[in-house]
Design a protein around this ligand. Structure first.
Ligand code: ZN
Length: 757
């Protein structure tokens, strides 16, 4: 499937505030993972999106702040573009590294005059093809001395006809969720100007004839039945079953794209934001072509070829947007085809054929990411904002957490304790730890092996693939699984498979114990050779990890790539190269931790400080914040809420890790002068002074049995006096509860004072 044209369409973020993590998980991270994957597979990807900058929520914000709508969208377009780039979303550079034939990306904005031109052109062709009808509507009108204005629904407030709540909007009540006709609202008034007189007036508008596309859309939905996810099938069916009706495409509002029509009756009207923003997928491809490529190149990504080859169109969006992309947008696309083919009001509409604009191939829509159980909401300010998150954390930690927790088939939850746990124990503990072992063992080998080692890579001389057949087989299996999951848009599952390779690597190294072999390099036994061959293969496995994790973790994959001594960008390496076991081994000798551990307490402290200073409430400086419920932050409550089964009190990982266990050698044992059951034990803990521990082991061990044993002790226990002698720790032993007590000893030799975990 190499070389295919793939158009990746990303839902357009509304430029009325910063992006929060709910948006990222639902709409913005999945398409970037997918685009990176398709590129690594050798396909030609064009990725399009941009800021959705028109509509009344933006004018309401502008009027509230006393600034222009343009100021509002300029600010949030800049903020959101930067945040997406900081997250590693590949909106720049605009041209694929392999060249313009391989596509690229464009993150545009709907206030772009060129976008306006396309929308106005399309409006005129749909009108000429008889796909609009004109109707008279009733709308509230605010009367002013020097000319009044029509009030969009968001500009009208009153009492809900259903529950009586004051402050209900013109067309719906946020309190009880009812929608109604605006004339049903009780005691209506202008939101911005409550004292003004308002009345209902007639106004002329155009409606798109969605009803004409009913049967073509039913046919389209039937064809997609096997590829759409259940939520997409269900919501589309619901809309089609209700029967499609004409939908208004114009409204009375200044802030938007003006109607391309002559006549004073169209003054003060613009096209509806739903009608024009969705056309951004199309205008963006054309503009990308105009600006970066041949002006007709967009057709390769948009049009069915003359011999019937259909480019793949993938739309990434949240579940609230599904019918827009499976019903309304396909109806507009078919309408444009109808018009372009010179057909008119009397002609039937058709599904696309050769030369026509193509319909979507799949709409892998996501469910919601919830914040501590509640829905992320821009308007209610219950959110963790992307820009502030990226100021404090490595973007790959967010990419990892949101991918492994992606709301693919059901809503998932973001909470800080779970975030910290997954980063520390999975990303750092499994992936980071594996890489660290390979790099430090490789360096150790380089230092130990002064005669034989290759100056380029100390592992090279031990590279014996015939001794690693099991590992090769396992990784090739994992590789197939990763691809299967990615092709089915199951990103969470795909990343689990990637992580299983790191897990496998840790087990392989643990079993091979190359640290033993490094000490006996002159030992020519098969055990030593096998052990070092596994360590050398460890480099290949790390390279496998860098390539396969790149779509998910682009920054750390690149760091790992450089540590392995590989040249260039891992994002430009073919995905299949992950299982090329003969690639020449390189080395950088750089051994740095790939990730750093996170500290839950300091994160919670920071969040609490935002809640208490009210920063999380501030809209203009959204900066931060989980909004607390009441005085006590919810995140703190969650920390205590363990998911343990009944009867088990789970310890959180950080508490466990705060216990410092170390190794030491018992150098002397004496009877405690004042206690019958205690020994006074001296331990060489790697420090000059050593330490003294009082241990209740007299009933189980003789002095001779204990002396010289390599044991594990708790090193950070507060010292305390036991019958006159200060005890500086506790020696660990197993107790079966029936009289048997056995010291915990170390398997093999290790430096005194080594950390046990
Ligand atoms: Zn109500």
């Amino acid at each position: 499937m190499s070389g295919e044209h793939v158009l990746i369409c990303v839902a357009w973020p509304y430029a009325n505030g910063p992006l929060h993590l709910g948006h990222v998980a639902g709409c913005y991270l999945p398409p970037d993972i997918h685009a990176r994957y398709e590129r690594a597979k050798g396909n030609r990807v064009l990725m399009v999106s941009g800021s959705d900058e028109h509509g009344t929520p933006i004018t309401v914000t502008a009027e509230t702040l006393g600034i222009s709508p343009q100021d509002v969208v300029d600010k949030y377009h800049a903020t959101n573009t930067q945040a997406l780039l900081d997250l590693g979303c590949s909106w720049e550079p605009n041209i694929d590294a392999r060249g313009v034939d391989y596509g690229g990306s464009l993150f545009n904005r709907t206030s772009d005059p060129e976008h306006k031109k396309f929308v106005q052109e399309n409006f005129k062709s749909l009108l000429a093809a008889g796909l609009f009808e004109q109707k008279t509507m009733q709308q509230y009108y605010e009367i002013r001395e020097n000319g009044g204005r029509f009030l969009p629904d968001r500009y009208v407030e009153g009492e809900c006809p259903n529950c009586g709540e004051d402050g209900a909007r013109g067309d719906q009540c946020d309190e009880c969720g009812t929608t109604y006709e605006s004339h049903e609202l009780q005691n209506p008034r202008s939101k911005m100007n409550p004292d003004a007189d308002i009345e209902i007036r007639d106004t002329e508008h155009f409606f798109y004839r969605l009803d004409r596309f009913q049967s073509a859309l039913e046919q389209h939905a039937a064809e997609r039945n096997t590829s759409w996810k259940p939520n997409v099938r269900a919501m589309t069916k619901q809309w089609l079953d209700m029967g499609l009706r004409p939908r208004a495409v114009t409204r009375d509002l200044e802030w938007g794209i003006p109607l391309p029509l002559e006549g004073v009756e169209w003054d003060g009207k613009c096209v509806y934001v739903w009608f024009e923003a969705v056309q951004g997928y199309y205008s963006c491809a054309r503009l990308w072509s105009q600006r970066y490529s041949d002006s007709e190149d967009w057709k390769k990504w948009w049009c069915v070829s003359q011999d019937g080859v259909v480019p793949r169109h993938l739309y990434f969006l949240g579940k609230d947007n599904i019918p827009f992309h499976t019903v309304i947008w396909p109806a507009l696309i078919m309408g444009l085809n109808h018009a372009n083919n010179g057909l008119g009001e009397g002609d039937d509409v058709h599904l696309p054929g050769p030369g026509d604009l193509a319909l979507e191939t799949n709409v892998p829509a996501m469910e919601y990411l919830m914040l501590a159980g509640g829905q992320f909401s821009k308007s209610r300010k219950h959110a963790v904002w992307l820009p502030s998150f990226l100021e404090r954390f490595d973007p790959d930690t967010l990419r990892y957490y949101l991918s492994i927790n992606m709301p693919e088939s059901h809503d998932t939850d973001f909470n800080w304790p779970d975030f910290v746990e997954k980063i520390n124990s999975e990303l750092n503990g499994t992936y980071g730890n594996y890489v660290n072992r390979i790099m430090s063992l490789g360096n150790k080998l380089g230092g130990a092996d002064s005669t034989e080692s290759d100056p380029e890579n100390p592992l090279l001389v031990y590279d014996q693939l015939e001794l690693c057949k099991d590992a090769i087989e396992r990784l090739e299996q994992i590789y197939v699984q990763i691809n299967q999951s990615l092709n089915r848009h199951r990103y969470k599952e795909a990343l689990r498979h990637v992580m299983s390779a790191a897990q496998y690597g840790n087990q392989m190294i643990q079993k091979a114990a190359p640290w033993e072999a490094i000490k006996n390099l002159n030992d020519d036994t098969s055990k030593t050779q096998d052990s070092l061959a596994k360590l050398a293969f460890g480099w290949r496995l790390a390279r496998f990890l860098a390539i396969t994790s790149q779509p998910f973790l682009p920054f750390s994959a690149q760091r790992l790539w450089s540590m392995l001594g590989q040249d260039g960008q891992v994002s430009e390496v073919a995905y299949e190269s992950a299982i090329d076991w003969t690639t020449p081994m390189t080395w950088s000798a750089i051994s740095e931790p790939l990730f750093s551990r996170l500290d839950l307490d300091s994160i919670l402290e920071h969040e609490e400080s935002l809640v208490s200073t009210g920063q999380s409430e501030t809209h203009d400086d959204p900066g931060h914040g989980v909004k607390g419920t009441g005085k006590k932050s919810k995140v703190k409550e969650e920390k205590k809420m363990n998911k343990a089964p009944e009867g088990t009190a789970f310890l959180d990982f950080d508490t466990f890790m705060s216990v410092e266990l170390r190794t030491g050698t018992i150098t002397s044992v004496e009877d405690h002068p004042n206690a019958d059951k205690l020994y006074v034990v001296k331990i060489d803990d790697g420090t000059d002074s050593g330490r003294t521990v009082c241990a209740g082991l007299k009933p189980y061990y003789t002095i001779e049995e204990m002396t010289g044993k390599l044991v594990v002790f708790v090193a950070n226990l507060e010292p305390r006096k036991l019958r006159g002698i200060v005890s500086e720790g506790m020696i660990c032993a197993a107790d079966d509860g029936q009289g048997a007590v056995k010291l915990i000893t170390i398997d093999g030799v290790i430096e005194n004072g080594s950390r046990v975990r």
